[in-house]
Design a protein around this ligand. Structure first.
Ligand code: SIN
Ligand code: FE
Length: 315
């Protein structure tokens, strides 16, 4: 395992895993897979120079060729593997059907790869959405909380994780331009500095106006928010708090990450603060890793926040 790929990027370059062949010269695959899980859980990014799974050139070409700005689209094109459902794209039937099969195949290939590469998680995860991101990120006009160019930790308002961690695999499909991210200090440092101000204690004690309102509304409407733990509520609050905090966004120390064409990176985006500054055409699959599958449980955000709050945030 090498510390960086080029120009001292803050990621770990993975060179000993080859597409179609798996580990190269590895005697103890199990120990290696576990070591990579641990690095990820502690906030490292794993970097591959090219996709370590099959991503056919013809599929990539097809995605790059479409006139995405003319096709009616949501924030991204999304694919839900559990329902085999494609969302966020409309156009002629043939095109939509081809995009659907590309996303279905992409999702299956990433999943097959990850089941070997991060074997301790295999079969224990909840396979979340995949997405294709065809719009240029620089200068996108989005509402504040949806902006991707402001540093944040990921939390999904519609999908509480109950402490499960958000693991994402990205590939930059752009043929010539890097995808550029910024990052900053780690989760524990930022949580110790800002969680109090973001309202952790009130949410932990479950007596904030917000948590009461959300819970009451949830039970009235009989919708999934009932299943939201204080951890889920705080992570959404923290996501919004950091994006709203102009002094933090302006003054925090920043590290720039440049992911070149074909680069593939794996990261727990619930503990690595990130903002995408520029780039077009990325494809991504998300996995939710439940606490029982984690190898460094003490690094899980729900544990760190529970320690700060002095009480458990997930029952
Ligand atoms: C994000 O999760 O904030 C977006 C990352 C990206 O699209 O590169
Ligand atoms: Fe994000």
């Amino acid at each position: 395992m090498k510390k960086s790929a080029s120009r001292n990027m803050p990621w770990i370059l993975v060179e000993d895993y080859k597409r179609g062949k798996g580990w190269v010269g590895a005697e103890q695959c199990e120990a290696r897979a576990r070591a990579y899980c641990e690095l990820l859980e502690r906030g490292q990014i794993l970097f591959f120079r090219e996709p370590p799974f099959d991503l056919p050139a013809a599929d990539q070409q097809f995605l790059l060729e479409q006139q995405w700005s003319e096709m009616r689209m949501h924030k991204n094109v999304s694919y839900r593997p559990s329902e085999d459902l494609l969302r966020g794209v409309s156009g002629n039937r043939e095109t939509v059907s081809r995009v659907h099969s590309i996303m279905r195949n992409y999702s299956a290939q990433v999943t097959e790869f990850l089941a070997k590469f991060l074997a301790p998680y295999a079969g224990k995860w909840n396979l979340d959405f995949a997405s294709f991101r065809p719009l240029e990120e620089e200068g996108r006009d989005l509402p504040l909380h949806k902006r991707n160019d402001l540093l944040h930790f990921d939390a999904f308002p519609s999908r509480p994780t109950h402490g499960a961690r958000i693991l994402r695999v990205f590939t930059n499909l752009n043929p010539s331009k890097p995808r550029i991210w910024q990052s900053t200090e780690g989760f524990e440092v930022l949580a110790r500095r800002y969680a109090g101000g973001a309202g952790l204690q009130d949410i932990a004690e479950d007596n904030s106006f917000l948590s009461r309102t959300v819970r009451d509304l949830g039970s009235k409407l009989n919708i999934g928010v009932i299943g939201r733990t204080p951890y889920d509520m705080f992570m959404i609050r923290f996501h919004d708090f950091l994006k709203e905090n102009t002094a933090f966004q302006r003054d925090c120390p920043k590290t720039q990450l440049e992911f070149p064409p074909q680069a593939t990176w794996i990261v727990f985006t619930d503990c690595v603060a990130h903002a995408v500054m520029s780039g077009q055409y990325a494809i991504e699959q998300t996995f939710l890793i439940p606490p029982k599958a984690l190898v460094a449980l003490e690094s899980a955000p729900y544990r760190i926040l529970g320690n700060i709050a002095g009480r458990a945030l997930v029952s």
